[in-house]
Design a protein around this ligand. Structure first.
Ligand code: URA
Length: 235
């Protein structure tokens, strides 16, 4: 059970003030009864909420796929840089949404934005073994020794040990890397230990969910149910 005004704010009917106006204008009904109190308690999974005669397709949470461009930070607010939240269309600019995990400012690709904290935790916690796959380019040659070092688990200069990671060589200066944890600048630091610098990095999948190749850079869309579950399908 939640307050009707809170529910409508979350479902993108405007700010709290705007929703109060909507309710006062007699536009909102619950199971056919006019709502007169802004703090009326409703269970949206049990009742039919309608606004101006249109029944609400109630979604408890939102799950958005973004094709993140370079130049944006993964944060809800930042004093210096543009945030990925600024790329959301106005109808998705909803309180409570946050980027699930961080890609560096200069990293591109698949980013999930949601308001579901449990979902984000399941996707990100190393213990849950959800693999994140990246396309990477380097300034020097990736060799079989690099592959072996990744397989054994890279140890950073400060002693931090990474879990074993898969590295597939595409050619001298590019490859695919799979990791299931998200340490700060992890892939760049892993390559640095092998005396290579990452010159381009793009996340292309999370679990079994691939970045939609038809989604232009900087754009986003909601995930389908199947896509949402694909994240947790072990490859
Ligand atoms: N590893 C990095 O170094 N950067 C990212 O953005 C993601 C993984």
């Amino acid at each position: 059970m939640d307050r009707i005004d809170k529910i409508l704010v979350k479902q993108n009917f405007g700010s709290r003030k705007e929703v109060h106006k909507l309710i006062k204008s007699k536009a909102v009904t619950v199971d056919g009864e006019l709502v007169t109190k802004v703090d009326m308690k409703v269970d949206p999974s049990e009742s039919v909420i309608a606004v101006s005669g249109q029944a609400l397709n109630f979604k408890e949470h939102l799950y958005i796929m973004m094709n993140k461009p370079q130049g944006y930070v993964c944060a809800t607010e930042d004093k210096k840089s543009k945030t990925v939240m600024e790329l959301l269309p106005p109808d998705l600019q909803r309180r409570g949404l946050f980027p699930a995990g961080r890609l560096d400012k200069d990293t591109e690709g698949l980013l999930i934005i949601t308001d579901d904290g449990d979902f984000a935790h399941r996707m990100l916690a190393p213990k849950k073994h959800v693999t994140k796959r990246y396309y990477v380019e380097t300034d020097g040659e990736i060799t079989e020794d690099t592959v072996k070092a990744f397989e054994q688990g890279i140890i950073f200069r400060d002693g931090t040990k990474c879990l074993p990671a898969r590295l597939e060589i595409i050619d001298k200066n590019s490859g695919y890397v799979e990791i299931c944890e998200g340490k700060f600048h992890q892939i760049k630091k892993m390559f640095n230990v092998c005396r290579l610098n990452v010159t381009f990095l793009k996340r292309i999948s999370i679990g079994n969910l691939n970045l939609d190749s038809n989604l232009p850079i900087g754009k986003c869309r909601e995930l389908s149910k199947t896509e949402k579950f694909a994240i947790f399908v072990v490859k």
